[in-house]
Design a binder for this molecule. Structure first.
Ligand SMILES: *Cc1c(COP(=O)(O)O)cnc(C)c1O
Length: 390
C-alpha cells in the first residue's frame, strides 16, 4: 500500500511501458531511452545470442533511429542504413571499417575539409596513404586505382562544385575490386542516387539537406546488407558515434519535405547563379548546371555553389552589407549563407584543404536558401553596390 509516508514507495509505480504504437500517431514516437528491458531470462539470452533482433541498448538499436535509417535506405535504394551522431562520424566509421595500416585510399580532390584532415592526421598516423585525383579525369582515376583498398568520392564537391560521372568512376573501382563510397550530401537522393549508379556505399552529412532545418548535426551511411554489417560489427559500436533518438526524429520530420525543398533550392540557386554570371564584376561561377551538361545520374542541382569576384570588390564590405545572406558555415536549411574563400584560407585547423586545392581568395560560397529568389537577389545587388571600389 502507498500511504504517502515514504516517497520512495511511489518509485516502484513509475514504470515504463511500450506505447510506441499507441494513439495511431501519424508521426513516429521519440523512443528516448538508453536501454530496453526483457520480459524473461530466455528472451534476454536469445537477444544476446543474436537469435532475435530487438533493441537492447540505444548505442546498438533504437526504434526512432531505425525509422530514420529505413526511410533513408529507401530513398537511396540501399538494403540497410546506419545513422551517426554527425556526418564526420559516418565518414570516419565507414572509412575505418575498410582500411588497415599499409592500405591506400584514392580520393577525389576537394573533399569536405574535415574528411581531408581525417585523412591527413589520424589515417596518416595509421600509415594509411591517400592519393588525390581529379575525378573529372577518368584516366587519372584509372591509373591511381590499382592496388588501392577504397575509392572515396564526393560529387559535386562542396566548394568548387566539380561534378563527376559517378557511375563511370564506380565502374572503374569495381573493375579493380575496390570498395567505392561517396559523400552525397550536396545532391541528396532527390538529385543523385549513387547506389543505383554502382557505388557501394553512400553517406551524408544529414546536418545539411536531409535535416533541412539547421537544427540537427547527424550523419548516415547506406548500402548493401553485407557492407553495412561490416560497419555495424566494429566501428559503429566501438567508436560509438551513435545518432540520438531525438535527432533521428528531427531527421524523419525533415525527410518528409526533402523533395519539395530541393526543388525550391534548385530553382532559386540556378536563377541567382545565372544572374551573377551575367555581371561584369563576376569572373566565374562554379555551379554544375552552368559548367557543362550535368553528368549522367545527376538529375538536378541544389542551392550550394560558389563564384569568384573580379578585382574591384571589397569582399569584407560585401559580406558585412548582406542582410538575408548570413555569414555562416554549413548549409541545407531555410536560411541563405555565405562563406568567403579568404576566410577559409585563414582557417587555423590543419592541414588546410583550401590551400591544398587552391580555393580562390576572391571566391565566395553561397547557400541559396528558401527566402525567395527576388528578395535574395536584391540583397546581393545591394551588397555588391556597397562593396564596389570604383
Ligand atoms: C558538413 C559536411 C560534412 C560533415 O558533416 P557533419 O555533420 O558536419 O559532421 C561532410 N561532407 C560534406 C559535403 C559536408 O558539407
Amino acid at each position: 500500500m502507498i500511504n504517502g509516508s515514504d516517497p520512495f514507495e511511489l518509485a516502484s509505480l513509475i514504470v515504463a511501458h511500450d506505447e510506441s504504437n499507441a494513439f495511431e500517431a501519424v508521426v513516429p514516437p521519440i523512443v528516448q531511452t538508453s536501454l530496453f528491458t526483457f520480459p524473461s531470462y530466455d528472451e534476454m539470452v536469445s537477444a544476446y545470442r543474436g537469435e532475435i533482433v530487438r533493441p537492447i541498448y540505444t548505442r546498438g538499436l533504437n526504434p526512432t533511429v531505425r525509422a530514420f535509417e529505413d526511410m533513408l535506405a529507401k530513398l537511396e535504394g540501399g538494403e540497410d542504413a546506419m545513422g551517426f551522431a554527425s556526418g564526420m562520424a559516418a565518414i570516419s566509421s565507414t572509412v575505418l571499417s575498410f582500411v588497415e595500416p599499409g592500405d591506400r585510399i584514392v580520393a577525389v580532390k576537394h573533399v569536405y575539409p574535415d574528411a581531408f584532415r581525417l585523412f591527413g592526421t589520424i589515417l596518416k598516423r595509421m600509415k594509411i596513404e591517400v592519393t588525390y585525383v581529379d575525378g573529372r579525369d577518368e584516366e587519372e582515376v584509372a591509373r591511381a586505382l590499382p592496388g588501392a583498398k577504397l575509392f572515396y568520392m564526393e560529387s559535386p564537391t562542396s566548394w568548387v562544385m566539380d561534378a563527376h560521372d559517378v557511375g563511370a568512376l564506380a565502374a572503374l573501382a569495381k573493375r579493380h575490386g575496390i570498395v567505392s563510397m561517396i559523400d552525397n550530401s550536396w545532391a541528396s537522393p532527390v538529385f543523385q542516387r549513387p547506389l543505383t549508379l554502382g557505388v557501394d556505399l553512400v553517406l551524408h552529412s544529414a546536418s545539411k539537406y536531409l535535416g533541412g532545418h539547421s537544427d540537427v548535426v547527424a550523419g548516415v551511411v547506406t548500402g548493401s546488407k553485407e557492407l553495412i554489417a561490416r560497419i555495424r560489427a566494429e566501428a559503429y559500436p566501438y567508436l560509438g558515434g551513435k545518432l540520438s533518438p531525438f535527432d533521428a526524429w528531427l531527421l524523419v520530420r525533415g525527410l518528409r519535405t526533402l523533395p519539395i525543398r530541393m526543388k525550391a533550392h534548385e530553382a532559386s540557386g540556378l536563377e541567382i547563379a545565372r544572374r551573377l554570371q551575367a555581371l561584369d564584376i563576376v569572373e566565374s561561377v562554379q555551379h554544375p548546371a552552368l559548367a557543362n551538361r550535368l553528368p549522367p545520374g545527376l538529375t538536378g542541382t541544389s542551392g550550394l555553389f560558389s563564384f569568384v569576384f573580379r578585382e574591384g570588390i571589397d569582399i569584407r564590405a560585401f559580406a558585412d552589407t548582406l542582410d538575408l545572406f548570413k555569414l555562416g558555415v554549413s548549409w541545407g536549411g531555410h536560411e541563405s549563407l555565405i562563406v568567403p574563400g579568404q576566410v577559409v584560407l585563414q582557417q587555423k585547423a590543419q592541414p588546410n584543404s583550401a590551400h591544398a586545392f587552391g580555393i580562390h581568395p576572391r571566391s565566395v560560397r553561397l547557400h541559396v536558401g528558401l527566402e525567395g529568389t527576388e528578395a535574395l537577389w536584391s540583397d546581393l545587388e545591394a551588397a555588391i553596390a556597397a562593396a564596389s571600389q570604383d
